[in-house]
Ligand binder design. Structure first.
Ligand SMILES: Nc1ncnc2c1ncn2[C@@H]1O[C@H](COP(=O)(O)OP(=O)(O)OP(=O)(O)O)[C@@H](O)[C@H]1O
Length: 263
């Protein structure tokens, strides 16, 4: 079996005397696509912050791409991870092509003395095309719709050919069409990069891509269930996780949730 892309062992993050996540152990292999699902405040973003080498655990160990956090330059490690943050903090209006190119140096703006190689330009153009953005490649960031931004940010994250892609609520604020286009694009990325591993955080079951292989349900910082998505995302587990009677159905690979009405 190949080495895991990510591994946590009994990891906890404590802030102001409170455990934001407690005793989380997970191992993520190449080709696996995980969803972290749970209600507001469950600890999903805190866990993603550890996996993205943004924070250190209070107790337990985290290994990202074979490196133990605490023994490695976190900045260097972060440059090998594709991180999609829908609240991308872009200060001035770069064009789509430029935003995608910033994925190579891993910066928000284009670095002053950085010139992309021809292969970077070619790769950016191919990714822009793969996400259906060629007609908008020269459009300024502030003129893009939320959906266009979402797709451009995934293209940006894929620029350095990462082995790991982290997506923090990528469908937030998208209308139905934009959400569906984003999920289809994600399924395609996963097909095109069979050894890529990914983690997507959401609190909406309808935002889970069909290509998801594994799931963790989090509540109050603890793992309620983890493993193959098919069995973890069950009516009983999700109802317990959200403390509400929910019926889960799966159709065409996608999941949906509605309140379970008493019969
Ligand atoms: N630095 C901090 N100090 C204290 N509490 C914090 C800190 N950061 C986050 N929290 C709290 O930790 C809990 C978990 O937060 P986290 O953002 O990980 O949850 P989440 O599952 O991603 O929630 P959401 O779905 O609302 O984004 C929340 O109650 C949050 O208020």
């Amino acid at each position: 079996m190949s080495a895991p892309i990510l591994r946590t062992d009994s990891v906890s993050v404590v802030r102001s005397g409170r455990a934001l996540i407690a005793d989380v152990s997970v191992s993520i292999e190449p080709g696996q696509h995980w969803v972290f699902l749970g209600p507001n405040g469950a600890g999903k973003s805190t866990l993603l912050g550890l996996l993205g080498a943004h924070t250190h655990p209070t107790t337990g160990t985290v290994e990202v791409l074979g490196h133990r956090l605490g023994r490695v330059d976190m900045r260097a490690l972060r440059s090998s991870i594709g991180h999609v943050n829908p609240r991308h903090p872009l200060d001035y209006p770069l064009r789509v092509r430029e935003v995608v190119l910033t994925g190579q140096p891993g910066t928000v703006d284009l670095p002053p003395r950085w010139t992309p190689d021809p292969e970077h330009l070619e790769r950016a153009a191919a990714l822009i095309d793969a996400f259906g953005m060629t007609a908008r490649a020269e459009a300024r960031w502030d003129t893009l719709s939320q959906g266009e931004r979402g797709r451009a940010l995934i293209a940006r994250a894929l620029m350095p050919e990462p082995r790991l892609l982290l997506l923090d609520e990528p469908a937030t604020g998208l209308d139905l069409t934009a959400r569906e286009q984003l999920l289809i694009a994600l399924d395609q990325v996963r097909r095109d990069h069979p050894t890529l591993a990914s983690v997507l955080v959401t609190h909406h079951i309808e935002e889970i891509p069909a290509s998801t292989t594994h799931a963790i349900l989090l509540r109050d910082g603890r793992v309620l269930a983890q493993g193959a998505a098919e069995s973890v995302l069950s009516t009983d587990n999700v109802s317990e996780c959200f403390a509400h009677p929910i019926r889960i159905t799966r159709d065409g690979g996608r999941w949906s949730a509605r309140t379970a009405m008493p019969v």
